[in-house]
Every structure is written in structure tokens, then in C-alpha cells.
Ligand binder design. Sequence first.
Ligand code: ASP
Length: 324
Amino acid sequence: MTLIAVATLGGTISMAPVAGAGAVPRLGAAELLGGLGDLPVDVLAETLAGIGSASMDFATLLRCRDWGLRQDADGFVVVQGTDTLEETAYFLDLCWPSEIPVVVTGAMRNAGLLSPDGPANLRNALTVAADPRSRGRGALVTLNDDVHAARWVRKAHSSRLDAFTSAPAGPLGMVVEHAVHYFHPSPPRPPALTGEDFGGLVPVVETGLDDPGEVLAHAAAQPGVRGIVLAATGAGHVSAGTADVVARLVDSLPVVVASRTGAGPTLRSTYGFHGSESSLIAMGATMAGWLDARKARILLRTLLAAGADRDAIERGFRLRGDLD
Ligand code: ASP
């Protein structure tokens, strides 16, 4: 029978209320899988953590990836909180060196609420992980019956069951009656990134109205900062004052510019004012393309962990952030 490895890390899916204290992580892998009844796959499961996903870190995710690779299963399911699920999925997508599918899932409603979605999401994740057509697609995310590519998915609502979206690309497929239906092929995957040096900091600084650039300058001056992601306005634009700061920073730090709009890419050659996308590129900033600031931070940290220099960072973002 098909063997699926399941690693649980915590999150709402593993939470139940404690009197007077709200929901906290209480359920491990055995309890989560035990609630699913008979399964058409063999499952090898381990509780690797039991945390709220705002506390997720690269060390835990590297341990999780390595555990998943060691099991030599046909598919790998990772269960965690939804708050940082898009970052986990994207990180695993970047550093998963195998054709075996990795499927990340969680839940919006904990076990103490009416209609918790965790059991159905976990059952769907097993279905997706077991399907041979999921192979070679890197990391996938399934919640609310949709199957998303890690590259596009993001949490776009704080509480609804349909919190996850892949706009504008759309989901890759859907799970119906315990079968996955893929609407689209997945593009070829760039080689996996390997690196272990996740030390240091990569702040995301959001720019906006009446921002002379001081917050950016302050953030960049902190000890341990290895790079900066700017969540810039529109198509990758900052104020004239912020542009002056970027011009000073680019010699010593990688500066990646993403759009804060939540949809659409950074541009390259449309505007020419001081602080425009083309002026930031001319200074030496790297554009995040279609990646939002959150994913850009994960990519920059993963590139830095792999020892990427400025050229390799630029190439890495062009390869993974642009569509062409
Ligand atoms: N609200 C979160 C969730 O959906 C909690 C977390 O991310 O751990 O799982």
C-alpha cells in the first residue's frame, strides 16, 4: 500500500480549548489521525512540535524536512498552524530536493468549535500526497478542498474557512470525493536550495505615506541584519527619502523590493522618478517580481543561508519571482 509520512507541528488543527484559557495545542499526530477512521494508505506519523505557527522557525522546519526525507514514503504531509503556513509551504518548496509530494495543511476551526475543518483537511492532504500526479510539483497546500501551489498561496482572511487564495493564478486543483482533480500542470521546478546558515535577520519594512525612510535606516542598522525586504507601494515605489536610504544601503546589504498591494508584480521599466522601480533597480535593488514581501523574505533568507552573493540573489529572484 502507499505509504504517507505525516509530521505534525501544532496549530489550530491540533488545538482544543482549555477552561478559561482559549484553545491551545493539545493533539499530536496519533490523535489527529485517529479521528479519520479507516484510511486507504499506510501512515507513518510523528509529532515533531506542538506550537502556534507564529512561533515557527527555520530550525524546526529543517528538522521537519529532514524527517520527511528520511521516511522514504510515497508522500509527505506537514500539519501546522495556518498563520504562517504559506511561509512554511514556500520554504519547503524551495528546499525540498525530491519528486515526492509535500502537502501542507492545517485548520481554521479548532476541535472545540462547531464544524472543525481539521479532519477533512488532513484527510484531503493524505489524498493529495498519495496521488502519483502530485509528484514533482514541490510543496502543495490543501485547505477547504482546494489544492494550491506553495508559490502562490497566501492566507487572505483571518477567520473564514476559505481563508487561503492563490490569486491571481488560482488553485492548482481540488479534492472531490477523496480524489484530487488537477486543473493545471505545475511549471518545472528550479533546483532545490540547500543551506543551513539561517542566522541573522531579514526585516520586512513596509513603506507608505509620510515615510522619509528613517524606519528603513533604523532597521538596517540593527546588529545581525543580513538583508532587507521593502514592502513598497504600488509596483515597487518608495518615497524620495526612502530612495536616498536605499541608495546608501545597497552597497552593504541586499535590498529586495516587493509590492505591498498583495497582488500583481513589481514593474521594471515603467516609471522613472526618484523612488520608482527603475530608479531602485539602477541603484542595485532586487525586485521580488510576483513574490509578496512575506515570500520574498523566505526566499532571501534561504538564499543567504545557502551563501548566495549579490549576483546569486538577483538570479534567484529572477528565477523564482518572475514568470518568464
Ligand atoms: N490561528 C492559527 C491557525 O490557524 C494558529 C496558528 O497558526 O498556529 O492554526
